[in-house]
Design a protein around this ligand. Structure first.
Ligand code: UD1
Length: 420
């Protein structure tokens, strides 16, 4: 089994460049389906989920080519509105093909999406959005069928903020007749960047960055070149890696404006934070301070995707912290593994009480989702002795090369292939 081996105890020092955002690039790749032409995406990370999405796009008829961190998608000839199931179950963002294919071709038969098992992850809001635009949506045993040759603009009111449902609604509404208004839309940066990219293709979207988005339907889009933002979750992961090791790390191309809630938590942990142009410098302290109470929230609140990494740091804090998970119901899978490393964490419903211990000990732990896997790497950086993280392939879904980045900062870490 692929695994990461990390020898704890090194202070991280130096500079790391933050790569492009996974959660921003995947919806933009789905948006390329709407454009009967070329979509060129710069700063596209070389990660497993992007490769899976490329395969799905090829399966429906797109030409997808990569040159370094640039991807070009030619969606002129889409000839398949029923993509293969085996591809879909590999990632969550595949569900965005529902809105995109429906908008472009008037029909989509898509398998249920995969992705990290961090909760139920229903798609009722996605379906509601498409139905509100007039689509005939049916739930099948293996997925969803949506049909309507011409969608009609309407008011979509979400009962809760969903990143994916907002993105799917917008993708379906770009070609809908008339005006669509999305109320209680998600405002995460990954929604904002999709809307900006669509406007770059000729869509007419207002209210970008707010919870009320207005889309005026257009008849066609045109070629676009778009640069994806840096990954705020990757940058945040390295913020907490610096914090737990008492290190001094410069994060180049860190999207500071989009990660303020993470930076705020780093300050609470006792870190020093400085910003120079596009570089964020994090200076960890020898004493990690506990955080009385932190809860995950929609943007601009503290992101659920940073919760398990913060938990690893708090496991070594000088006192008691409380973390409440409010977005996903199964996002405490790091707890069992951290406890096996000596952490003192108790869970009640969606709340974890973390009592800091003086040391974690290296042992063999298992990654079961992307961010939890990264959290175990962070814990391993500070643990006594060797930590082995099994199932490390999960981490490849969102980090281009976490071992290379951390090794560059002085960590004793290596990736071992299944046969090593
Ligand atoms: C996206 C991100 C994921 C991040 C999450 C929250 C991608 C590929 N993934 O996931 O990394 O953790 O946003 O910031 O961008 N919900 C429903 N019904 C729906 C859809 C969602 O009840 O139809 C609920 C979910 O169960 C969850 C909440 O809404 O409790 C937020 O989920 P959502 O924002 O949709 O997350 P994703 O788009 O799946």
């Amino acid at each position: 089994m692929e695994r990461i081996e990390v020898e704890g105890g090194e202070r991280l020092l130096g500079e790391v460049v933050i790569h492009g955002s996974k959660n921003a690039v995947l919806p933009i790749m789905a948006a390329a389906v709407l454009n009967k032409g070329m979509t060129v995406i710069h700063n596209c990370p070389v990660i497993a989920d992007v490769e899976y999405m490329s395969d799905i796009l090829r399966n429906i008829g797109c030409l997808v080519t990569r040159d370094g961190d640039t991807i070009a998608i030619d969606a002129y000839n889409i000839d398949n509105t029923e993509p293969k199931e085996s591809l879909f179950t590999k990632l969550r963002a595949s569900v965005l093909l529902m809105g995109a294919l429906l908008g472009r071709c008037g029909e989509a038969v898509i398998p249920y999406p995969g992705g990290c098992k961090i909760g139920m992850r229903p798609i009722d809001l996605h379906i509601l959005a498409l139905k509100t635009l007039g689509a005939d949506v049916k739930e099948l045993d293996y997925g969803i069928s949506a049909r309507r040759i011409k969608l009609s603009g309407n008011v979509i009111t979400f009962s809760k903020r969903s990143v994916g449902a907002t993105q799917n609604a917008v993708l379906a509404a770009v070609y809908a007749e008339g005006t669509t208004i999305i109320k209680n839309a998600a405002t995460e940066p990954e929604v904002t960047s999709l809307l900006k990219c669509l406007n770059g293709m000729g869509a007419k979207i207002n209210g970008i960055g707010t919870d009320t988005v207005k889309i005026t339907g257009v008849k066609s889009l045109h070629d676009v070149v778009y640069e994806v933002e840096s990954d705020r979750i990757v940058a945040g992961t390295y913020v907490f890696a610096a914090a737990i090791t008492g290190g001094n790390v410069a994060l180049r191309k860190a999207p500071f404006d989009r990660m303020r809630s993470t930076v705020y938590r780093a300050l609470q942990l006792g870190c020093g934070v400085r910003q120079y142009k596009d570089t964020l410098v994090i200076e960890g302290s020898t004493r990690i301070k506990p955080i009385d109470y932190v809860r995950t929230r929609t943007y601009p609140g503290f992101p659920t995707d940073m919760q398990s990494q913060l938990m690893s740091v708090l496991a070594l804090a000088d006192g008691k912290s409380v973390i409440r998970e409010e977005i996903f119901e199964n996002r405490f899978t790091a707890v069992k593994e951290l406890v096996s490393m000596g952490a003192d964490i108790r869970i009640e419903n969606n709340t974890a009480e973390v009592t800091g211990v003086t040391a974690l000990k290296g042992t063999t732990v298992t990654a079961s989702d992307l961010r939890q896997g990264a959290a175990l790497v962070i814990a391993g950086l500070a643990a006594d002795g060797k930590t082995i993280i099994l199932n490390s392939a999960y981490i490849n879904r969102g980090y281009v090369d976490i071992c290379k980045d951390l090794k560059g900062l002085g960590a004793k870490i290596r990736w071992l292939k299944a046969d090593e």
